[in-house]
Design a protein around this ligand. Structure first.
Ligand SMILES: NC(=O)c1ccc[n+]([C@@H]2O[C@H](COP(=O)([O-])OP(=O)(O)OC[C@H]3O[C@@H](n4cnc5c(N)ncnc54)[C@H](OP(=O)(O)O)[C@@H]3O)[C@@H](O)[C@H]2O)c1
Length: 300
């Protein structure tokens, strides 16, 4: 499996496994450990978390599985995120959902992530969403502290526009290493809103969340989804591929910006489909057939 270097400290696998839905999978700790071990075996060594996933439960679920075999920690990279406060029975003090990128909140969230995941460092910490109330100086100071303490190796953002990214970067004294954004055949905006251009300019790999459009593409009957499904099926036929998810991943992999998809399934055969897609080469014309199906019109 190809490895992508983000800076002198951190390298990701070309495919990331995402734990957002881990609470829905209803796995035993042993079953989740099996998935983690199989991922590592396939070369998928990077795992994506956030403090809030599964109503604040997913980091703990992963941590319990990892505790069964703590030696696996050094074979993987862990991403986690902070900055969102959810309405949750676990936090009755949150009257509304809101963002918090204060030093106090980031430090508390990181300590909590370390404890729940059962690790003493996070490879990459992301600010989960752009916060309209963010004090970039305070975030930069917090990042420096976390790095000096060895609690976080590197930092990045998620769902930031290029200007929001550059604004934060101008305060942070180490290069931010990625922007995690929604990219899929159903959501092609980042190719035209400047997000991917910006990653290419900074030479950082974009991380694609919901690379299969959150699964909607498989069941949706809306016009756009059906149009895309038909083209995906046609191309899968041309390439002798059984499943359209392979084509969806291949569509991301062949793009020159080194998009790293975050696979959201807890089923091994579906994670394997992402790995299979690494060896599928779509032609430029096939890439644009999918583009055209997604945008609903011929390029100008
Ligand atoms: N930064 C952010 O704001 C943000 C936001 C959302 C997500 N994320 C990250 O991105 C990761 C991936 O997101 P995602 O879970 O939405 O990814 P996704 O891969 O687009 O969607 C996963 C969903 O698709 C279903 N699926 C996959 N293959 C299928 C198939 N062949 N047929 C039918 N259904 C299929 C899965 O069901 P099964 O489980 O049954 O396979 C699962 O429900 C998350 O885990 C999280 O780490 C980040």
């Amino acid at each position: 499996m190809q490895r992508i270097r983000l800076d002198e400290r951190v390298e990701f696998s070309r495919i990331i496994h995402g734990l957002w839905r881990a609470a829905e999978w209803k796995l035993t700790d042993q079953e989740l450990l099996h998935i983690i071990e199989e991922c590592l075996e396939m070369g998928v060594t990077t795992f994506d978390h956030a403090d809030i996933y599964g109503d604040y439960s997913c980091q703990k679920i992963f941590g319990r599985a990892l505790q069964l075999k703590p030696s696996l920690r050094e074979k993987m990279e862990i991403i986690t995120k902070c900055g969102i406060k959810l309405i949750s029975p676990k936090h009755p003090e949150h009257k509304i959902k809101y963002y918090d990128t204060s030093k106090e909140h980031i430090l508390r969230s990181v300590d909590n992530s370390l404890q729940e995941l059962g690790t003493d460092y996070i490879d990459v910490l992301l600010i989960h969403r752009p916060d309209p109330f963010m004090d970039p100086e305070e975030v930069a100071e917090t990042f420096s502290q976390l790095k000096a303490q060895g609690k976080v190796l590197s930092f990045g953002v998620s769902n930031f526009s290029s200007s929001q990214y550059e604004m934060l970067q101008s305060y942070v004294d180490v290069p931010l290493v990625t922007n995690q954004i929604e990219i899929s055949v159903m959501h092609v905006d980042p190719f035209v809103d400047g997000s991917i251009d910006h990653c290419q300019m900074k030479k950082i790999p974009p991380l694609a969340w919901s690379p299969l459009a959150g699964g909607k593409i498989f069941k949706s009957e809306d016009e756009k989804a059906v149009r895309i499904q038909n083209v995906l099926k046609e191309i899968a036929g041309e390439l002798d591929i059984d499943s359209i998810d392979v084509v969806m991943y291949a569509w991301l992999f062949v793009h020159p910006s080194t998009i790293i998809p975050i696979v959201g399934s807890g089923k091994l055969e579906r994670i394997r489909n992402a790995v299979t897609a690494l060896s599928v080469s779509l032609t430029r014309q096939q890439w644009f057939e999918i583009w055209q199906a997604s945008t609903g019109r011929q390029v100008p």
